[in-house]
Design a protein around this ligand. Structure first.
Ligand code: GTP
Ligand code: MG
Length: 317
C-alpha cells in the first residue's frame, strides 16, 4: 500500500507528526488506523522490551542505563511509560514516576507516557500501536515500562517481544508467590539493587523456578543481577534480551509466542466489531426494550431471552 502524507512524515522522522499521531491513536481515530495499516509492513522487527515489576524496584533507573548503553552503540530508542493502574502509583504524575534522564536535543530518543484514561480501543491496543509507530519512525529498540502486576500488566506484557520482570532482594514471602506467578510472563528476570544483601539468594531461587517454566520457542527464563548505583549487569541484561530476541525470531513466522499474540490481537479487534454489531442490530431496537420488560415481569428467563436475541441476530445477518 502506498504511504499517505502522514505515514510519509513518520517515515521521515518528523517528531511532531509522531506525537500527534500517537494522540490520534489514543483517541481511536479512524485516520490513525489508516496510517497504521500503511505502516504495518515496516513493523515487527525491532526488539520491544517490556520492563515491569513492583513499585520502586528500579525500572526507570534500568531504562536510563539501557538508553545510555544503546545510544553509545548508535541505536535509536523509543520509550513508553504505561500507567495502567492509577491506584498503584497513588495518582502520581507519570513524568515523576519514570524520571527518564534524557537529553532533550537527542533525536535518537523519543519518550512518551500513556495513562489509563481515554483510550478508545483500550490501553493495550493504544500501546501496541504506539510501539509500531515508534518502530516505523526509525527506533531500533522500544522500551516499555509498566508498574505492578495483575491482569492489566499481563495484557501490556503481550506487546513486548521480550518481557523483563524486575525484582529486588528480600521482597518477602508475599512477593515469592508473586514471582512464581510472574514466571508465566517473564523471559528475563532481573534482580536489581544486587549490591544489597540477599541478591545471590534471590537469584538462586529464581533460577530454580526458571527450570520449572514451560519453554516457549525453546527459551528458558534467564536471571540477571544488576545494580544501577554500581552500574553493574546492564551489559548482561542487554545480552540476555538479544539472545531471547534471536530465539523468538529464529523460526521466522513460526514462533509460538508471536503467533498466539497476533491471534489475540485480531480476536480482540474482532470482538470489538461483534460488540458494535450487537449494539447496532439489537440493543438499539425497540424489541430489545420490550424483551427486557418481559424479563422484569418474569414472563421470560435470562437464558431464553439471550437465546431469542441470538436467533434474531442470526436471522438478520
Ligand atoms: N540501592 C539501589 N537503589 C537503586 C538501584 N536502582 C534504583 N535504585 C533506587 O530505587 C528507587 C526507585 O528507582 P526507580 O528507577 O524510580 O524505580 P521504578 O521501579 O521505576 O519505580 P516506579 O516507577 O515508581 O515503580 C530510587 O531511589 C533509585 O535511586 C540499585 O541498583 N541499588
Ligand atoms: Mg519508574
Amino acid at each position: 500500500m502506498a504511504a499517505g502524507p502522514v505515514a510519509q512524515r513518520i517515515l521521515q522522522g518528523d517528531r511532531r507528526a509522531l506525537a500527534r499521531l500517537i494522540s490520534d491513536v489514543e483517541e481511536g481515530r479512524e485516520e490513525a488506523r489508516e496510517v497504521l495499516r500503511e505502516l504495518y509492513p515496516r513493523t515487527g522487527k525491532a526488539p520491544v522490551v517490556g520492563i515491569s515489576g513492583p513499585l520502586g524496584v528500579g525500572k526507570s533507573s534500568l531504562i536510563n542505563q539501557l538508553i545510555q548503553q544503546l545510544r553509545t552503540a548508535g541505536k535509536k530508542v523509543g520509550v513508553i511509560a504505561v500507567d495502567p493502574s492509577s491506584p498503584f502509583s497513588g495518582g502520581a504524575v507519570l513524568g515523576d514516576r519514570i524520571r527518564i534522564e534524557r537529553d532533550p536535543d537527542d533525536p535518537g530518543v523519543f519518550f512518551r507516557s500513556m495513562a489509563s484514561r481515554g483510550h478508545a480501543g483500550g490501553l493495550s491496543q493504544s500501546t501496541r500501536d504506539a510501539v509500531r509507530l515508534l518502530e516505523a519512525f526509525g527506533m531500533d529498540v522500544v522500551l516499555v515500562e509498566t508498574v505492578g502486576s495483575g491482569q492489566v500488566d499481563v495484557e501490556i506484557h503481550d506487546i513486548a517481544t521480550t518481557r523483563v520482570v524486575v525484582v529486588v532482594p528480600h521482597l518477602g514471602d508475599e512477593v515469592q508467590t508473586l514471582k512464581a506467578g510472574l514466571f508465566e510472563i517473564a523471559d528475563v528476570f532481573v534482580v536489581n539493587k544486587c549490591e544489597l544483601p540477599g541478591a545471590d539468594l534471590a537469584a538462586r531461587d529464581l533460577k530454580e523456578l526458571a527450570t520449572l517454566a514451560v519453554p516457549r520457542d525453546g527459551w528458558v527464563p534467564r536471571v540477571v543481577l544488576t545494580s544501577t548505583v554500581e552500574r553493574k549487569g546492564i551489559g548482561e541484561l542487554w545480552s540476555a534480551v538479544r539472545e531471547h530476541e534471536s530465539a523468538v525470531h529464529e523460526g521466522g513466522g513460526s514462533s509460538e509466542v508471536l503467533r498466539e499474540r497476533a491471534e489475540r490481537e485480531v480476536r480482540g479487534l474482532l470482538q470489538e466489531k461483534v460488540e458494535q454489531l450487537l449494539q447496532e442490530e439489537l440493543l438499539e431496537d425497540p424489541a430489545w426494550a420490550r424483551l427486557l420488560d418481559r424479563l422484569m415481569d418474569k414472563e421470560v428467563d435470562p437464558y431464553t431471552a439471550a437465546d431469542r436475541a441470538f436467533q434474531e441476530l442470526k436471522r438478520r445477518l
